[in-house]
Design a protein around this ligand. Structure first.
Ligand SMILES: [Zn+2]
Length: 269
């Protein structure tokens, strides 16, 4: 990425926290290549088409994300029609699993004074008696990058000055990824259709590990699409030491890559 000057670099890459500037966790993790993204760009045919789908899809993801965060803490809001299946599935899931979200720790800024980075946690929650970081994703899967991100949050939240600053009610013990999404299923062959960012992605039944009653063609219109259904899945990742190590290594690499600016910021000597 190109930066006009130091202020531009600082704004794009981090936050001011208590008089100091720290880089953002999500920015740091961009230093790691994402092979899946390359496949996606190739499938889309052109860079512009891919960017367009990516941006629209991010917009929809943000809407689900924000709506779920409001509902999680009991806010009464009108649920946008197009994301209703996902949000309704989330409400049911939260109720069944007895997930308690702390309203004061939704979209809360966190930082590590020791390792000098900052970020924003989606939520801190209690599930099954454990207290931890809960990250909400609207993707089709659980990607390993997510674990580096949440490990960075856990590490910061274990530092005493942050615990005091935030007034944490207890020690952070674990982390979860909560995946909220919606898809349509073919009533005949049970293929899945995901409509996101104006792009239709069909996954054959075989890829879903299910077998339907018949065979449809390969294209979108060859199927008998049922209504959109919400999908909610939560995974706990209790062992975070390796992820913390990997995150700190990524941070070192990111610092190396941005050495020129970081020296001007005064972050690196
Ligand atoms: Zn079908």
């Amino acid at each position: 990425m190109w930066f006009k000057d130091v202020e531009h670099f600082k704004k794009e890459n981090g936050y001011e926290v208590g008089g100091a500037w720290y880089p953002r966790v999500t920015r740091i993790l961009e230093v790691k290549a994402k092979p899946g993204l390359q496949v996606f760009f190739k499938e889309m045919g052109s860079f512009d088409a891919a960017e367009d789908v990516k941006n629209k899809s991010a917009e929809e993801g943000t809407l689900v994300h924000e709506t779920v965060q409001k509902i999680a803490v009991g806010e009464r809001i009108e649920i946008p029609k197009k994301i209703e299946p996902a949000v309704t599935a989330f409400q049911k899931f939260q109720d069944e699993k007895q997930i308690f979200f702390y309203p004061e720790f939704i979209e809360r800024q966190i930082w590590s004074s020791l390792h000098r980075y900052a970020g924003t946690v989606d939520a801190l929650a209690t599930v099954g008696g454990k207290f931890g970081v809960l990250d909400i994703k609207t993707s089709t899967g659980f990607y390993p990058e997510y674990n580096l991100q949440t490990a960075a949050y856990v590490l910061a939240l274990q530092e005493n000055d942050l615990k005091r600053a935030l007034g944490l009610p207890r020690e952070i013990e674990t982390r979860w990824i909560l995946r909220v999404d919606q898809q349509r299923k073919c009533l005949r062959c049970r293929a899945m259709l995901r409509e996101k960012g104006g792009r239709n992605k069909v996954r054959a039944a075989r890829a879903n590990g299910t077998n339907g009653n018949g065979h449809c063609g390969d294209s979108h219109d060859d199927h008998y699409w049922g209504p959109a259904e919400g999908i909610v899945e939560m995974r706990e990742f209790p062992y975070y030491f390796k992820d913390i190590r990997a995150f700190l290594a990524a941070k070192t690499l990111w610092e190396w890559e941005n050495d020129y600016w970081l020296k001007q910021v005064g972050y690196l000597r």
